[in-house]
Design a protein around this ligand. Sequence first.
Ligand code: NAD
Length: 246
Amino acid sequence: MTNRIAVITGANGGLGTAMTKALAAQGRKVVGTHLPGEEAQANDWQANLREEGIDAAIYALDVTDFDGCKAFVAAVEQDLGPIDILVNNAGITNDAPLKRMQPEQWNQVINVNLTSMFNMCQQVFESMCERGFGRIVNISSLNGEKGQFGQCNYAATKAGIYGFTKSIAQEGARKGVTANSVSPGYIDTPMVRQVPEKVLNNIVAGIPVGHLGKPEDIARAVAYLTADEANFVTGTNMSVNGGQYM
Ligand code: NAD
């Protein structure tokens, strides 16, 4: 089936845009979300995609808002129909070494990167189970696998995604609902371009393939895991990191 509805949170970001294109190429109707206040950017995103022949919808949503997620899912179901594929992609960093990390920084990253998974999955899961089909992909990170200096908040959220994903994979397994995570390494996106040049050069030197990944590398992993045929792949993590962590 190609006419499935795929929701991608944070779709207008670096990786989300590549995922949107990849899922649209599979014939999915993509519904993206953008952060409230980024309306102008979201309109540009939609217009740029339209020029490429992709008709994606986009809604404002703060994924930390449980009731907002509920209202968003209800609106999509009413406007377009039930959600078959959910890609929890929205995420942020707010780094500091442990001794300087403020509780606000900790809580913000936990809420955006991890609580959002619960907020979104709970809204779509029962309907997927009832309809006997669902694909959930949660975007984690290399730094959730290995930890990272200055990112105890971020790494904790990304590691937490593995436990969350494996648990709901077990709950959905008999109902045709798969749940998996994808852990990108360092990908050439605005998020990574914020890293100071010297630090980034050192990072690239530590990637066995010798270069940053491309957003399309992650999008291909998401396309694979959300395919109808990927029904025997659940509760796993796909590391896409140029060999940086094996
Ligand atoms: P990005 O900053 O380009 O995109 C993130 C998106 O999330 C944006 O659209 C932003 O508006 C949205 N967002 C942020 N807070 C939100 C909130 N409260 N509610 C709703 N949306 C919100 O980042 P990206 O590089 O595209 O990263 C996408 C995902 O991939 C993130 O989860 C990130 O942690 C993960 N990741 C990225 C890399 C990389 O190299 N870029 C590496 C590992 C993991």
